[in-house]
Design a protein around this ligand. Sequence first.
Ligand SMILES: C[S@@+](CC[C@H](N)C(=O)[O-])C[C@H]1O[C@@H](n2cnc3c(N)ncnc32)[C@H](O)[C@@H]1O
Length: 267
Amino acid sequence: MGRHHFHPVDERYTPEDIAYLDRAAALKEIRAIKLRSYAALGPLRGVRLLEVGCGTGDDAARLARAVGPEGNVVALDSNAAMLAEARARFGQVANLRFELGAAAALPFTAGAFDAVRADRVVHLVADPGAALAEMARVLRPGGRLAISEPDWRSLVVEGGDADTTRAILDGLASGPRPSTADFVALVQAAGLTIDAVLPDTLVITDLESAYELFRLGYLALAQVQRLGIDAAAAKRWLASLETAAAEGRFRSALTGVTISATRDGGR
Ligand SMILES: C[S@@+](CC[C@H](N)C(=O)[O-])C[C@H]1O[C@@H](n2cnc3c(N)ncnc32)[C@H](O)[C@@H]1O
């Protein structure tokens, strides 16, 4: 389904992207990362929690159950279509409220939350430092942050044309997406104390899933545009991945990190 073509994505979500988030959330590896990030927030009962970049709202709804009726969850997303989907799914949950807004300009007062969570969001925003500063600002002293983010510089793609693979992965390494070390530095620069940095590696040997999860077609297109890699070479690269997959030589992996941190000044 279109995977032989470049797959440009942008921040305007389509029903296909919503289905993608659902498929990703159903993977046992992703479910484990989500559970790890919920746990990193500490005891949840009675907590006022902010979910930044809530997507379809599934995590926010789960967290609304965890905080119980004496707590509440605000789920924010900058994308109106995504928020409409989340509201359609979970608009009736009493202690869950959805808000349109941007991570780098959170529409909340300082110290309004006991816990803030973001799952594959900070790596997307234009100014990740501003987003983390905002998340720190809305946390009360002693409040907990948990972010789970991919480190795109860790991407491994094996089996395709080696020269183009190297050019594309080098392009990612010099690109704007933060590395694990950058995420740690940004959390610290926001004035938070790191509690834990926990990596998770997703190994994908099925090309269809790698296209979807690692956006290989999009990566090729982005490098064509950004680094001026020859478009024909990028297409040949995608074809070489198909051949590798057919011959059982395709492998890929991406490591992400869950960082938990505390805002200083609590009891
Ligand atoms: C990869 S999806 C992850 C969604 C959800 N957290 C999950 O785990 O399924 C990224 C989400 O972040 C939202 N997003 C992207 N940039 C944002 C920003 N600057 N502020 C708030 N939300 C943003 C997108 O609209 C999208 O819903």
